[in-house]
Design a protein around this ligand. Structure first.
Ligand code: TYD
Ligand code: MG
Length: 457
């Protein structure tokens, strides 16, 4: 007979308690512990059919075969890049993102375009007919892609025991349910158990598995943090829904770097890979307008020129408004304070709005200088022109700080036909003052730089 057990889980970190508490001792969060009733089958250890329980033996490390792990080419350059050069066999990859951002579209696209591989795409959210309609929009190229609309994990593993696949996609982990635990789909115990089963399947069969995970309103993956600990790779799909651009970021990767990102554009027939991001992130303008500055940023190993737009106007209310999309508002406030204190610009009574073109979020600190220049350009109504770009971090004392990969940024700016790039003085070592049409300027303090940029105007 099945035992019934009431357990309390922390929604944040997944810690388990025997009684309710106001604060989770494990992660320190308040009000995150909730009750779940679990029926555990007596045969707790019996795994669903399809998971191979063969035992592995301990092996001597020096006798193990060296060399890199075999990787599956996803036939999608951006995804290969984010995964660190293809998908490692037997790895478990979690793809998170807000609803409607395009997780299902991207993974279905991968599944139906992966030529020469047998793929099983399991959806707990859509019927086979709905998936077929979506697949027709994208274009089916893989003759060996199977679709299954199912939420019971036992049924999925039963099918997997009867067919050998090269790739498994689960959309989504929140809809999956295992009979071994009697709580509702999407509850923490179900998510944890189903992920554990998938993990065992992936490791025992060497089949790579993608799982889609939903994201809650505050931007964390729904379900406990343990989910992120269990999987090998966590990818996050982000972007502004009003724009077509989507960024696939790697937040954790046991088999590659986490600084890489992939860029896509959502189109009518699926996701287009964007291999040259600079061209889309600089908006087309007819004339010079003030409040626009271009930053030479690096995302992952890739240089990317991005347009920063600022609008500075007199505050209507007593407290000025500061708002930023794609940029940290606290960092914006800090830059405004530096401009006020160290460079003598009076911005305390001004509203400041900031926008990064394309609706993307930038992490690179090298965007600071472009943000500062865009703000001043808007404040004084002095256009900077579209042939100048910036790449430096701004420190609290107003110093212009060095950023890494200066040379790559310079090369990208030159390639795109810029005439001037402003950097930190300390980035100039080993860099020519003039490369082609591009002249390279280095400064150590914002005051001197502003004189050079705005002085002549
Ligand atoms: P979807 O992949 O269902 O999002 P998620 O699985 O992350 O919730 O994306 C749905 C949106 O994508 C929907 O608004 C329609 C749009 N879409 C396109 O723009 N082009 C396409 O080719 C497809 C299939 C969907
Ligand atoms: Mg979906």
């Amino acid at each position: 007979m099945a035992k019934t057990k009431t357990t309390y889980f922390c929604r944040e970190c997944g810690a388990e308690y025997s009684k309710w508490m106001g604060k989770c001792n494990a992660c320190g969060q308040w009000n995150t512990i909730h009750e779940e009733v679990i029926h555990i089958e007596n045969s707790k250890t019996s795994l669903p059919k399809g998971i191979n329980q063969s035992q592995r033996k301990p092996q001597l490390i020096h006798e193990l075969e060296a060399g890199s792990q075999p990787r599956l080419n996803m036939q999608n350059e951006e995804l290969n890049r984010v995964l660190g050069g293809g998908l490692v066999q037997g790895s478990l990859v979690l793809v998170g993102g807000e609803p409607g951002i395009g997780k299902s579209t991207l993974l279905l696209q991968i599944a139906i375009r992966l030529k020469g591989k047998k793929v099983l795409y399991v959806s707990g959210e859509e019927s086979e007919q709905q998936i077929r309609m979506r697949a027709e929009r994208i274009g089916i190229q893989n003759q060996n892609c199977y679709i299954l609309s199912e939420t019971r994990s036992e049924a999925i593993f039963l099918h997997l025991s009867q067919m050998e696949v090269d790739l498994l996609v689960i959309d989504s982990i929140q809809t999956l349910q295992t009979e071994r635990i009697d709580s509702t789909a999407g509850s923490i115990s179900q998510i944890r158990e189903c992920t554990a089963e998938l993990l065992r399947y992936a490791k025992s069969s060497d089949v790579p598995v993608f799982i889609v995970g939903h994201i809650t309103k505050d931007g964390t993956l729904a379900g406990p943090k343990v989910l992120e600990h269990m999987v090998d790779t966590v990818l996050q799909f982000e972007g502004d829904r009003n724009y077509g651009y989507r960024i696939l970021r790697s937040l954790k990767n046991r088999f590659g770097s986490t600084s890489e990102l992939g860029i896509y554009e959502m189109q009518n027939n699926g996701m287009r890979e964007v291999s040259n991001p600079s061209e889309i992130l600089i908006s087309q303008r007819d004339e010079d307008s003030s409040g626009v500055a271009i930053a030479a940023t690096m995302e992952g190993g890739r240089p990317m020129l991005i347009e920063v737009q600022a609008l500075v106007s007199s505050a209507v209310y007593g407290t000025p408004q500061r708002s930023a999309t794609g940029f940290d508002t606290r960092r914006l406030n800090m830059l405004l304070a530096v401009l006020e204190k160290k460079a003598g610009f009076k911005l305390a009574t001004k509203d400041v709005f900031l926008n990064i073109a394309g609706g993307i979020r930038v992490d690179d600190p090298a965007i600071d200088l472009a943000v500062a220049c865009a703000i001043l350009s808007s404040n004084y109504d002095l256009p900077l022109g579209d042939k100048i770009c910036f790449a430096a971090e701004v420190g609290l004392t107003g110093e212009i700080r060095n950023v890494n990969h200066a040379e790559q940024r310079i090369r990208e700016a030159e390639k795109l036909g810029f005439e001037k790039i402003y950097l930190s003085k300390f980035s100039l070592k080993g860099v020519q003052n003039q490369t082609g049409n591009l002249s390279v300027k280095g400064y150590s303090h914002i005051e001197q730089l502003f004189k050079s940029v705005f002085g002549g105007k």
